[in-house]
Design a binder for this molecule. Structure first.
Ligand code: MRU
Length: 362
């Protein structure tokens, strides 16, 4: 893995794309990404030339957010091919092994498995062709995963922007913005699209403990885009809702079961309960690649448990005794009954029922 640094302002006027294939680097190009663990203080890009470095980047959240993880995994398979340069007869085994390995990086976001399945399916359809041709086909598929996600996010923004009314207060949790996708985001796509239409609204950004994706990433994105936003601690949402300052809640999702139960960053369920208590509509924004139609409901969604040190402090700063026992589930599941609608690239699914989802997502 190699690093390069940029001043944060270097990218101020460009569309944020957190992950890309740099065709100009190395003999056949190389996977590059923004190291999101360093934002907002430093804008650092990473090159991944080994499958282990791709796995590590996903695991430690250099690349994070369900759709972006899927893009990373797809390119990661090509990285594995480049790293091991298999003989003509051996590339298919390399695809299988690398996909199996990348699938162990994080368990909850289904986009990871969806993207790896796409790579496996393309490989299986190629038959016995030379390595160079197989690599070209797999790189094209990884590009398609990226480009299709970008298009889905744009469509989500278009379909959902009207939910943000003039003068509204909108609360979001974690980061479901450009940084979490190929570009443009899911929950934040609604905001970008409403902002592009010159609508005025104000966003309340949950800081999102323990890893502060709201404070570090969503705040950075919205600030950079010139969208009015205020950062709040997670425990402030209830009283701000009670004060009548929030008219809409919208978050992303990591995996949505066939009945609409939706896993997202820990704390999302609490926000949905609060929204219901205050009669505020709670929406999820997610592409069809985030639906797991094999699960009838959210009970089967695997929830990632992360290191207790993430709860005992942040970075080098310790806020609890070093040996304090902690829980650290990274996600929770919001039941479908609390979700007013799911904004997808195919339109808004509402009411959120098994039948409506089957009709729209298939
Ligand atoms: O642990 P993270 O940062 O990967 O969690 C991300 C989220 O929970 C996002 O809300 C979700 O992936 C949707 S991203 C469009």
């Amino acid at each position: 893995m190699t690093l390069s640094t940029h001043a944060p302002g270097d990218f101020a006027t460009e569309t944020i794309r957190p992950i890309w294939w740099n065709a100009d680097a190395g003999p056949g190009g190389v996977l590059e990404m923004i190291d999101q663990t360093r934002l907002p203080g430093e804008f650092i890009t990473i090159q991944c030339r080994t499958i282990q470095s791709v796995w590590d980047a996903i695991k430690r959240l250099s690349v994070r957010g369900a759709p972006a993880i899927g893009v990373a995994a797809a390119y990661g398979v090509v990285t594995a091919l480049d790293e091991s340069a298999p003989a003509d007869g051996d590339w298919a085994e390399c695809v299988t092994k690398s996909a199996d390995f990348l699938a162990t990086s994080r368990p909850t976001a289904v986009n990871l498995f969806w993207a790896l399945d796409r790579m496996r399916r393309v490989a299986a359809g190629l038959g016995s062709i030379p390595f160079a041709d197989a690599r070209a086909a797999l790189l094209a598929e990884a590009h398609a995963v990226r480009d299709e996600d970008a298009a889905m996010c744009r469509a989500i923004g278009e379909h959902g922007q009207h939910l943000i009314e003039e003068g509204a207060g909108v609360l979001t949790h974690c980061n479901a913005g450009a940084l979490a996708t190929a570009e443009y985001g899911t929950a934040l796509a609604l905001m970008y699209s409403a902002h592009a239409r010159k609508r005025r609204f104000s966003v309340f950004v949950d800081e999102t403990r323990p890893l502060l994706q709201g404070a570090r990433l969503t705040a950075w994105e919205l600030h950079r885009a010139g969208i009015a936003a205020q950062l709040i601690c997670d425990n402030m949402a209830a009283s701000i809702m009670k004060a009548g300052r929030i008219q809409l809640v919208v978050t992303g999702a990591d995996r949505i079961a066939a009945n609409g139960d939706a896993a997202n960053k820990i704390g999302t369920y609490g926000v949905a309960v609060l929204a219901a208590a205050h009669n505020i509509p709670f929406y999820i924004a997610a592409p069809s690649s985030t639906f797991d139609m094999s699960l009838p409901n959210g009970d089967g969604i695997p929830i990632e448990n992360r290191e207790p040190d993430e709860v005992r402090g942040f970075g080098a700063s310790k806020t609890a005794p070093a040996d304090m026992p902690c829980l650290n589930p990274a996600f929770d599941v919001t039941p479908a009954r609390l979700i007013k609608g799911i904004v997808t690239e195919k339109g808004i699914i509402s009411p959120v029922t098994t039948d409506e989802i089957a009709a729209r997502i298939g």
